[in-house]
Design a protein around this ligand. Structure first.
Ligand SMILES: [Zn+2]
Length: 479
């Protein structure tokens, strides 16, 4: 593009001079260009409409034109050529790399893509100047030049970064400047040093023990975003290297704390659900597995964050299901011996003596021969309710230990037993609903006071009711 570069400033000035672009900002420029382009497209459409007259008329015109080559050229070729020329011109105009030429105090700083870029550069310059100002005596002159820029629309395919603009502003300021390295802590320029390489090596040596070159998912950084930026700085702002080190190492090296973020992915099992189908052809309490449950698997990615080696955060950032679980399907029998259809338990339980939370003993199943259920103290005659729906499979009178007791089979693997009753409210083989009264509190059998002894089992293995009712008191202090 050497020819282009020769042309760029005159062309830019020309465009400005003819007032073709009234505003300096690129946004407005492009908006205007887009308007022009739309207008041209409309004009081109009209041209095409003109060109596409009814075929007969066109053929007639062509007949005339063939007898008169001059009119053919004027009537058809020139407008066509002009149209193509316009299209090319507009397309070229739209693809030109427009930029703003920035001038400060009559000196060209360079080309920026937008005014915002310059504003950010100016803020950077002020930060650099302030870092010097703190070190300067109060009476010393600080910033003597005007940072109000003027913009000229130009064509340039080279725009500068904000940092480059800031460097250039300082370079043309006439102040005493040095190439140096700024130290940013939490985004704030804190120090300027000429020992940038030295400092960079020192900081890398602090991070080195935490680096893991074999891991692609480990990121090591400084907690306070410690960042070094090379550039042009006022010579007055340069701090001796030892002072920079001392400041960074102050407060037990707070500024030098290293943060390590590590992503780890582990495969975890997804448990399968169990679906129950009731089957009136199958005996109550019997079950058949229709489909075996198969656990699924998922890849769980967590991000672990350590500060100076101490774990401070552990978050799940991604979960990908690799294999969905296959549900277990169980068919449960509901056919009773008397030919009726029994009620399956819901799988959830209610407290069998509602309102009574005085527990004298929980089950003690770890010990062989330990207590098999929970003892719920309640006055003589208090109703006892079925903890879940099911079928009454035992109604026993005056058992030496349990006294009068009832067992309910819930048909889903669960059974419950209620002992020491004063009297019964159900008979053997009855179907009961959850919450139905089945008997009354007493002290029959091996008992020293009125209470309901309540046992729970699943597939004939006892478990503690405390697992189902964890909000009940662990033990009443009176016992
Ligand atoms: Zn008991």
């Amino acid at each position: 593009m050497p020819l282009f570069r020769l042309l760029q400033n005159p062309l830019g000035d020309f465009l400005y001079a003819v007032g073709f672009f009234v505003e300096y900002t690129l946004v407005r420029l492009f908006r205007r260009l887009r308007m022009v382009f739309c207008w041209l497209r409309r004009a081109l459409g009209n041209l095409l409409l003109l060109a596409l007259r009814p075929p007969i008329q066109a053929l007639l015109d062509l007949g005339v034109a063939l007898h008169s080559p001059g009119r053919f050229l004027l009537g058809y070729l020139l407008p066509a050529a002009a149209t193509i020329g316009l299209i090319l011109l507009v397309r070229a105009g739209l693809s030109l790399p427009f930029a703003l030429r920035v001038t400060v105090n009559g000196q060209t700083v360079g080309y920026v893509a937008s005014e915002e870029a310059f504003d950010n550069a100016r803020a950077d310059v002020l930060a650099r100047v302030n870092s010097a100002r703190e070190l300067l005596a109060a009476d010393r002159q600080t910033l003597s030049w005007d940072l109000e820029p003027s913009y000229t629309l130009s064509i340039s395919d080279v725009t500068m970064t904000e940092s480059e603009v800031a460097n250039e502003i300082l370079r043309i300021s006439g102040s005493e400047i040095s190439e140096a390295t700024a130290v940013y802590v939490d985004g704030v320029l804190c120090f300027v040093t000429t020992e940038g390489d030295h400092l960079r090596r020192y900081l890398n040596s602090i991070k080195a023990p935490w680096e893991d070159p074999t891991s692609q998912t480990t990121r090591v950084s400084f907690v306070h975003g410690l960042r070094l930026v090379d550039g042009i700085y006022l010579t007055d702002s340069v701090v001796p290297y030892a002072d920079v080190l001392a400041a960074l190492q102050a407060n037990d090296g707070e500024d030098l704390q290293v943060k390590v973020s590590e992503r780890i992915t582990e495969t975890q099992e997804i448990p399968y659900d169990t679906e129950t189908q009731e089957d009136s052809e199958l005996d109550f309490g019997k079950s058949e597995t229709v489909q075996e449950g198969v656990p699924g698997s998922e890849a769980v990615t967590r991000e672990l964050t350590y500060i100076n080696g101490t774990l401070v955060d552990d978050q799940v950032v991604d979960v990908q299901v690799q294999q969905s679980p296959t549900p277990e399907i169980i068919r449960r029998g509901t056919r009773l011996k008397n030919g009726m259809i029994g009620k399956l338990g819901t799988g959830t339980f209610i407290w069998p003596v509602p309102g009574y939370r005085t527990i004298s003993r929980w089950a003690n199943l770890q010990v062989r021969g330990g207590h098999r259920g929970v003892d719920i103290a309640a006055p003589y005659g208090t109703p006892i309710y079925a903890s879940d729906s099911g079928t009454v499979v035992e109604v026993v009178n005056m058992h030496p230990s349990w006294g009068n007791y009832v067992t309910i089979d819930h048909g889903n693997g669960y059974k419950t037993l209620y002992a020491h009753m004063s009297s019964f409210a159900v008979s053997l083989g009855d179907t009961v609903s959850q919450g139905q009264v089945i008997g009354y509190v007493g002290s029959t059998g091996d008992s020293t006071g009125n209470h309901c002894h309540f046992e729970m089992s699943y597939n004939n293995v006892l478990f503690s009711a405390y697992d189902v009712f964890p909000n009940m008191p662990i033990k009443n202090p009176d016992f």
